[in-house]
Design a protein. Sequence first.
Length: 118
Amino acid sequence: MTYNTDLAPDFDRNQLIPAVTQDAESLELLMVAYMDREAWETTLRTGFAHYHSRSRNKLWKKGETSGHVQEVTEIRIDCDEDTILLKVRQTGPACHTGNRSCFYRVVSPASASPSNSV
């Protein structure tokens, strides 16, 4: 895979950038995580999604323990170069709960907290 290196992520003051992950075929939103420079460069080099684990403060290859890897088919960067979009071929579920997507819960007005109402 060849990448346009004229586009470069604008990492925040913590040296992180949000990475939105989407199924390449269905376009389903799978998850959102963060990348640091090491995760970005490793993803580019290997073709598999790598993120920065904020809880463990280290590089994390998606699926390294579960086998539910994400093969990257396309990388996009937004207009401000401060958010990454990864289109992937997802093996197994993307969510650690076993759900295909991390966005499996629906918030309805009846279940929303009054302090969160608009």
